[in-house]
Design a protein around this ligand. Structure first.
Ligand code: ATP
Length: 352
């Protein structure tokens, strides 16, 4: 279990030319990751993701707040105790951080050697780990001879060598192609499932969150602004940033020629263009035909998509509502009363 309580991190830098600079990279971050779960933290570049994850194993020391991992308050530990605690926390990185002059076997063996373990104990631990990540036949090769996905597998085996309870993943798939990404995510899911290891990962990719996380937090400008079950985050994000991430992921934006015609405010002969998001029962309810019947509004569908996210179904649609202003208002209320999210993107003029 990982618990961050009111963790803040401020960087003070003194750049030549621009003078002293203070960056509040993390502001009162509070987060609980229960044992055995996979928690994702998603955010834009510079939002504070790396700072947050590095505060967990104290690669960055928080300016204030407390960090507890498996019951140990990390910020209070002596250097020796902190070193021991770090053996219980594995970490993998975007660029793998392997030692190029060591073989695959010796890279995985390194943490065990640093713990002073005997050669045969090291061997008994490293071989099964290489088998688990599917690289037993590469034990004597060097990192330069491996693909990106294979390098990350070595890094995962190395991170697991000291039998950690927690695995931290710092953009672990960001340097990999989509196919390799899914095989690494599958491996992480298996590790979580088989070994019960708690995983905290940071990413800027919704696909990663969708594929393996149980819960997700959204970080913006150093603050954790959302914390939800993954299904809830994908069906009803609570912030505009969450909705922006979702829309980018689903790539459901109005066609370019429509965007050019969109007006900010209603006028004569204009009709609202809306983005509808619906989940649960609303997906299987024939709401569009009821809209025509009950509100007298016709619906011109411009784009539509249905996604499956962890056993939840999410429907999205961009549509133009055709009717008088009173009828279209009624239609939007009708949709909202049936648990659809309605976002007015703008208005288009029609003269027919
Ligand atoms: N060592 C440092 N000294 C000064 N400022 C730093 C330092 N490390 C990070 N920052 C600043 O802190 C803020 C958060 O950085 P951080 O690397 O945590 O964000 P991030 O979300 O991981 O970004 P990215 O996805 O681009 O890696 C940024 O404004 C960054 O410039």
């Amino acid at each position: 279990m990982i618990e961050l309580s009111n963790v803040s991190k401020t960087y003070f830098s003194n750049n030549k030319g621009s003078g002293a600079k203070t960056v509040h990279a993390l502001k009162n971050a509070t987060l609980t990751v229960p044992k055995g779960t996979i928690h994702g933290v998603i955010g834009l570049s510079g939002a504070g993701k790396s700072t947050l994850i590095r505060c967990v194993n104290l690669l960055e020391r928080p300016t204030s707040g407390s960090v507890t991992v498996d019951g140990q308050e990390m910020t209070q530990l002596s250097n020796a105790a902190l070193n021991r605690a770090r053996h219980r926390i594995g970490m993998i990185f975007q660029h793998f951080n392997l030692l190029t002059t060591r073989t695959v076997f010796d890279n995985v063996a390194l943490p065990l050697e640093l713990m002073g373990q005997k050669r045969h104990t090291v061997r008994d631990r490293v071989i099964p780990l290489l088998e688990m990540v599917g690289l037993a036949d590469k034990a004597n090769q060097y990192p330069a001879q491996l693909s990106g996905g294979q390098k990350q597998r070595v890094a995962i085996a190395r991170a697991l060598a000291s039998k950690p309870q927690v695995l931290l993943c710092d953009e672990a798939t960001s340097a990999l192609d989509p196919q390799t990404t899914s095989s690494i995510l599958e491996l992480l899911r298996d590790i979580n499932h088989q070994l019960g290891i708690t995983i905290l990962l940071i990413t800027h990719e919704m696909e990663v969150v969708k594929s393996i996380c149980h819960r997700v937090s959204l970080i913006s400008d150093g603050e954790l602004v959302e914390d939800s079950e993954v299904g809830d985050f994908f069906t009803a994000p609570r912030t505009q940033l969450g909705r922006d991430f979702l829309n980018d992921f689903l790539q459901l934006t109005p066609p370019k020629e429509l965007i050019e015609r969109l007006l900010d405010a209603p006028g004569e002969n204009t009709h609202p263009v809306v983005r509808l998001t619906f989940s649960g029962d609303a997906v299987s309810t024939p709401l569009i035909s009821r809209l025509a019947r009950e509100c007298g509004v016709d619906v011109s569908i411009l784009q539509a998509k249905v996604e499956s996210i962890q056993e939840r179904t999410l429907g999205l649609m961009i549509a133009e509502l055709l009717g008088s202003p009173t009828q279209t208002q009624q239609a939007m209320h009708y949709l909202e009363s049936h648990q659809l999210q309605v976002e007015v993107l703008g208005y288009v003029q029609r003269n027919d």
